[in-house]
Design a binder for this molecule. Sequence first.
Ligand SMILES: C[S@@+](CC[C@H](N)C(=O)[O-])C[C@H]1O[C@@H](n2cnc3c(N)ncnc32)[C@H](O)[C@@H]1O
Ligand code: SF4
Ligand code: SF4
Length: 322
Amino acid sequence: MVDLVYGRGITDIVREIPLYMDLFKKMIGIKFFHSKPAIYGSADIINVCNLHCSHCYWWLNRKEENQGLSVEEWKDTIRKTFKKERILFVTLVGGEPTMRPEIIELFCEEMPRRVCVVTNGYFPLTRFKNLYFYWVSLDGTEEAHDSIRGKGSYAKTKENILEYIERPVRNGKPAWKDIWLTMTINTQNYSTAIDLAEEWHGKVNKIGYQFHTPFMKGDPLWLEFGEKRNDIVDSLIDLRKKYPEFVINSEKQLLLMKGNWGGVGTTPVQCPSWAILSLDHMGRTKQPCCIGSADSKSLKPICEDCGLGCYSVLVANGISGA
Ligand SMILES: C[S@@+](CC[C@H](N)C(=O)[O-])C[C@H]1O[C@@H](n2cnc3c(N)ncnc32)[C@H](O)[C@@H]1O
Ligand code: SF4
Ligand code: SF4
């Protein structure tokens, strides 16, 4: 399979032509008629996690209602939401989504090659036939990662990635192409961001960076705006120049992350929070965004201190405005 852009082959692109036409129409609506259609999707397919990471927003608002949707209920939800709204790509999260492989399988059947899974990589990674790729979370090099995610977790995830990428080529696609890394930068791990890329360059397909987003002012993990944050952004820009095929953040997106690109207080302003349809484990819409909650009384992310990659990339590409 020949990669044309970001892991999409010719067959993907031909199959998706109608979706790209819809995307074009959506973009015209956004640019000229101030419409706010969802372009991407995210779904928390599970209300359980095997880890309790110190930076995690998900635990902040989690409620003890362990029952998620069944396969049949997710099928119905996918058809009534993501497919009905002609969503291009959906990201599966949680909790830990790999603990519900049957739901990943379903999404891959319903939306072939348009599904990404964000995972802590703690369990062996399945090679799903129609998965687009895995986002594997590595929050710095071993010591920093373990201080956030628990002792031994880096080694476990590393072992699972290495085991996955050794698998044979399938349909012309080597397994390493399925692995993209994501690092969430905070006060505890920022100094290891470049070393992490150096460790994995040449082994996995891509790396993406975002910054910790706080839910309260004074969160000690939030890397405040100023010199230290600017320096790390500048070093990521240099890294991108060194490895343009590996680092997925554009310079424009990284520059946005030096300051407030999101909003005022807990209200999105420049952030196009509407552009990603985000469902929780019961299929309810989360507000204001994928790290929010369906419960309006829950804790809210602080938009003016936001560092999320999936929305800042839209702003960097000219899609903005709440
Ligand atoms: C909530 S996790 C769910 C998927 C999976 N359990 C994992 O850890 O990758 C999704 C992503 O959100 C990131 N994340 C967690 N808390 C965050 C926060 N407060 N700000 C920004 N990203 C955060 C995690 O590092 C992870 O990459
Ligand atoms: S593994 Fe993912 S969902 Fe679980 S606590 Fe860590 S960041 Fe949160
Ligand atoms: S992604 Fe947007 S809505 Fe969500 S916290 Fe960040 S700025 Fe606010």
